[in-house]
Design a protein around this ligand. Structure first.
Ligand code: UDP
Length: 463
């Protein structure tokens, strides 16, 4: 199938352009959405810079266009501080200063297939401004949950009601307007090392949504019914909200957008393990841990007595630029019971029958991938929407437990046993299996997610 036909030689029903944010947790869902739109008969063109550029050959059904000055923008991004928010700001500034998105869009708009709209990541106002100048409508993709979407639009209320800035004595206070959240689950800009920047990023994603012609959330109706209702109430009919998730399951081989090489040897290793026996441990592509925490995690895993597959991404440990050394004596202690990889084929790992639990930072993609496979979770959220998701995992969906407080080997060992053994663990697993059934219904023909894509395509073509 070529990028310019529907895979069966028929002309596309229309053309859309997409501009993802070039980070793993944002890039994958955008490319998955692009492929889902292509499967519905649209031609899809993905704009990108040279920073974390997508692997075009892995997506033959999509067209890829590097924006003008793609290399210069990549250099500016690489030079920006490691902090994700700083990089997002640098990208938006570079897009605006260079006019690259406007030039790329203008050239596509004067071509034979004028695009119906531009789909942007919520944190890319630079691209939205370019589209607006050209009179091209935008649709915003939210790569987090509807709960986080609602929360990030509620900061004025949270300040007004005194939830924020968070007081140490009120961390446990329930946020009555947004159950089951508590003050400790709120990303507090005043605690972030650069408060101004944190406030800016919150304002930006609110603004892109408000200026859009519609928004897509990578979730499904049955998972976040009240949260979706509340964002719909707030945005009104002019900004429809499409719940289209889990995006990684909309087209086959959803997992084609990995920026790092996935070590497949872990699948063979899993093949040798008993069903449901292995704990999979990964903190995603961004989260970092201190040297001390790394050591505690290692010994907690070792002392649990469980087989485990652990993703130790280069750069995971603060202050270590490449691979991290495992603690002395660790390898001997876990002989035959442990597999450590730099990066795993995560969706395949979670789908493997040997995996019985997932210790995660609750990045939204990881969480949806885990929910889809019915794998219960141990949550260790670090910042941003991860805190919200961990609260939902534990209290709303009750498909996991949170590892609270300072990371300490004894506590970790205990949490692992709680999840992987005993009655409580069995209950959590049962609820995860039930939620999995709901996700499958959403994805079936006529299911809410399938209907939402049809509506999205109609909406895009009507703009
Ligand atoms: N991932 C992967 N291999 C790994 C760890 C993670 O392919 O070893 C993928 C995972 O499947 C998910 C993404 O990286 O799709 C991480 O996104 P998420 O939103 O969970 O977290 P982030 O990296 O944005 O914090």
């Amino acid at each position: 199938a070529g990028a310019r036909d529907r895979g069966d030689g028929r002309a596309p029903r229309g053309h859309v352009v997409l501009f993802p944010l070039p980070f793993q947790g944002h890039l994958s869902p955008m490319l998955q959405l692009a492929r889902a739109l292509h499967a519905r008969g649209l031609a899809a063109t993905v704009l990108h810079t040279a920073y974390n550029a997508p692997d075009a050959p892995a997506h033959p059904e999509l067209a890829f266009v590097a924006v003008p000055s793609a290399d210069a923008i990549a250099r500016a991004l690489a030079a920006a501080p490691r902090d994700g928010i700083a990089k997002i700001m640098a990208l938006n500034a570079a897009i605006e200063a260079s006019g690259c998105a406007r030039d790329a869009l203008a050239s596509l708009m004067s071509g034979p297939e004028r695009p119906a709209c531009l789909v942007i990541d919520a944190a890319l106002p630079g691209a939205q401004k370019a589209a607006a100048e050209l009179g091209l409508p935008t649709i915003v993709l939210h790569t987090g949950s509807a709960a986080a979407f609602r929360l990030f639009r509620s900061y004025a209320m949270l300040r007004e009601k005194g939830y924020l800035p968070a007081k140490e004595s009120e961390l446990n206070r329930p946020v009555e307007e947004m159950p089951p959240l508590r003050v400790s689950d709120l990303f507090d800009p005043s605690k972030y090392f650069n408060e101004e920047m944190a406030n800016k990023i919150l304002a930006l994603s609110t603004e892109t949504t408000t200026n859009s012609s519609g928004t897509v959330v990578n979730t499904f109706e049955a998972l976040e019914t009240p949260e979706l209702r509340s964002v719909r109430d707030e945005l009104g009919a002019t900004i429809p909200v499409f719940a289209i998730g889990p995006l990684h399951k909309l087209t086959s081989n959803g997992d084609r957008s990995s920026l790092l090489d996935q070590d497949r040897s872990c699948i063979e290793w899993l093949d040798t393990k008993e069903p449901g026996s292995v704990l999979y441990v990964s903190f995603g592509s961004v989260v970092m841990v201190s040297q001390d925490e790394f050591k505690e995690v290692a010994w907690g895993l070792a002392n649990s007595g469980r087989p485990f597959l652990w993703v130790v991404r280069p750069g995971l440990v603060i202050g270590v630029s490449g691979k991290s050394e495992l603690p002395e004596g660790f390898v001997e202690a876990v002989e035959g019971r442990c597999k450590v990889v730099d990066w795993a084929p995560q969706t395949e790992v979670l789908a493997h029958h040997a995996v019985g639990g997932f210790w995660t930072h609750n990045g939204w993609n990881s969480t949806l991938e885990s929910i889809y496979e019915g794998v219960p979770m141990l949550s260790r959220p670090i910042f941003g929407d991860q805190l919200v998701t961990a609260r939902y995992v534990q209290e709303t969906w009750q498909i996991g437990f949170r590892v609270e407080g300072k990371l300490e080997r004894g506590k970790i060992e205990e949490a692992i046993r709680r999840l992987m053994e005993g009655e409580e663990g069995a209950e959590v697993k049962q609820r995860a299996d039930e939620l999995k059934k709901k996700i499958l219904i959403c994805l079936k023909n006529g299911g809410s997610t399938q209907q939402a894509i049809d509506k999205l395509v109609d909406h895009m073509l009507s703009l």
